[in-house]
Design a protein around this ligand. Structure first.
Ligand SMILES: Nc1ncnc2c1ncn2[C@@H]1O[C@H](COP(=O)(O)OP(=O)(O)O)[C@@H](O)[C@H]1O
Ligand SMILES: [Mg+2]
Length: 483
């Protein structure tokens, strides 16, 4: 993706943009790209970092560089590293504004850092470019070099698989992950799976993002037939065949509904269903970050580099649902991206509360569909109990699941799981095998949350009636709340 990386920089420099902030972890790569663009423009190029001004107060050193650029000599492209931490200092902000105001012909300023927080007074004077991460072909080349450095040679197909597995990393990280994977593979060319595992480590540290490792097949999700049908129709949606057929990749789903009814579980199963990797965006962490907008841009950049990928935003209303100015701005950026994204990043957002859900999220054009997760109906409760009994090594056919399902009206999936667990504990402590009576007793002792939250569930259903599609279609649903 050499072009995707250089392209935007070239465009703004040719367009005559005076100040460009480039967000990337790959400073050497940017320096090389800008040097090449300056050559094309026939303009001298200079790169500067704080190391070039030892002993001088950083803010003053930066201001003085800018003064020189503004006043002295002819056209020039100046690239400054290390400046992002000083952008908010009055001397630096003023020096940048003075430079922009003077608009000296042919002079361009590039700032480079992994993340930028542009102070309000500079917002209209600078352009922020969030540069993409390397594509699989570039990563494969780098992996090949790293392997060669370890005296290992890989087949082209192996190398391509490794390059693919490295998506979402910078070149430096990719080299490092390859070396680590070689060690884990006992000194051999690592299979893609090993590379993926080593990459997870990097993501454990990427701010606000983590790779979702649990692999949940849909047979561990009970009920929700409408959702499953929707997905089934899009079984090959991310395949080359679908693309050649002229189908755009699906954009995303918003899963709304009653707590404990399998939204988070389904979010994981969707990635498994499509055989795609999944990353979870931790909005709570991002909103609380010092540079929230920059961290969100970084997360999006990583997700796009990993595409096709499922990006899971759990309890989205908790992250965006506050009125704080920061959260509003962040939401604005996220919604714009949702609407305009081209990369096959399938967003699965979940939400439990309607009151806190920002109204712009469920609007048309953002998600393909909004699914409403209600309390499971009697048939779904049977299925969920069966799944959890089987998950604990019991033969579900040995139990009277229909009676149990009838007795657990208004139980959520999560509460049914708890019933199975409590019954298992009861049987174990009594020193015997699990019996039907244990399940019924556990159900009897449970007061489902829905009983206490009746009003909230009503409000959810009311909201969903006009805006969402039921994740389960069942006209015969025993609905305790229906008028
Ligand atoms: N439809 C379901 N099928 C199987 N298990 C379920 C279902 N719904 C909930 N559960 C169980 O309850 C747990 C919590 O559900 P979760 O997906 O976190 O609910 P939500 O995100 O809607 O609040 C799940 O991990 C699963 O064990
Ligand atoms: Mg959840």
């Amino acid at each position: 993706m050499a072009d995707a990386f250089d392209g935007p920089v070239r465009e703004v420099l040719h367009a005559g943009c005076p100040v460009v902030c480039c967000e990337t972890h790959e400073e050497p790569r940017l320096v090389a790209a800008v040097a090449a663009i300056a050559r094309e423009l026939g303009v001298p190029f200079r790169a500067w970092s704080l190391l070039d001004a030892p002993g001088i107060r950083p803010a003053e050193a930066v201001a003085s560089e800018l003064r020189t650029l503004r006043e002295a000599g002819g056209p020039q492209v100046l690239l400054l590293a290390d400046v992002h931490s000083f952008l908010e200092q009055p001397t630096v902000a003023r020096a940048i504004r003075a430079f922009v105001a003077a608009a000296p012909a042919g002079r361009r300023l590039i700032l480079v850092a992994p993340l930028f927080r542009v102070p309000a007074e500079l917002e209209h004077d600078v352009v922020v470019l969030s540069l993409p991460l390397p594509d699989p072909a570039v990563l494969a080349t780098v992996a090949g070099e790293a392997l060669a450095g370890l005296k290992l040679a890989a087949e082209p197909a192996q190398l391509a698989a490794v390059g693919d597995a490295l998506r979402g990393l910078t070149l430096a990280e990719a080299r490092w992950v390859v070396r680590k994977a070689v060690r884990s593979a006992g000194g051999a060319v690592p299979p893609a799976a090993v590379v993926l595992r080593e990459k997870g480590w990097r993501f454990g540290r990427a701010e606000g993002m983590e790779i979702v490792a649990d692999d949940v097949p849909f047979d561990r999700v009970g009920g929700l037939d409408e959702l499953k049908r929707w997905l089934d129709e899009r079984k090959a949606a991310f395949s080359r065949g679908a693309r050649d057929f002229g189908l755009p990749p699906p954009r995303g789903l918003l899963l709304m509904g009653v707590q404990g009814c399998g939204k988070s579980l389904a979010a994981k199963a969707i990635a498994h269903f499509w055989g795609l990797p999944e990353v979870r965006l931790d909005l709570g962490l991002i909103v609380g970050h010092e540079y929230p907008e920059a961290v969100l841009r970084q997360a999006i950049r990583i997700a796009e580099a990993m595409a096709p990928v499922v990006l899971w935003v759990d309890e989205i209303e908790k992250g965006f649902g506050t009125d704080a100015a920061d959260a509003r701005r962040l939401l604005g950026g996220f919604v714009t991206w949702l609407q305009e994204k081209r990369e096959p990043v399938f967003v699965v957002a979940t939400a439990n509360e309607v009151e806190a859900l920002p109204p712009e999220l469920p609007r048309k054009g953002r998600f393909d569909e909004i699914f409403f997760f209600d309390l499971p109906n009697v048939r779904e409760r049977t299925e969920i109990a069966r799944i959890h009994l089987a998950a604990h090594g019991r033969d579900p056919e040995k139990f009277g699941l229909e009676a149990l399902a009838r007795k657990t009206e208004r139980f959520s999936g999560s509460e049914l799981e708890q019933v199975v667990l409590s019954a298992l504990y009861a049987a174990f402590s009594a020193g015997r095998e699990l019996a039907n009576a244990d399940l019924l007793a556990a159900a009897h002792e449970t007061v489902p949350l829905a009983t206490t939250y009746e009003d909230r569930i009503k409000a959810l259903r009311e909201w969903a009636r006009t805006r969402a599609r039921p994740a389960t279609l069942d006209r015969r649903k025993l609905d305790a709340f229906k008028k």
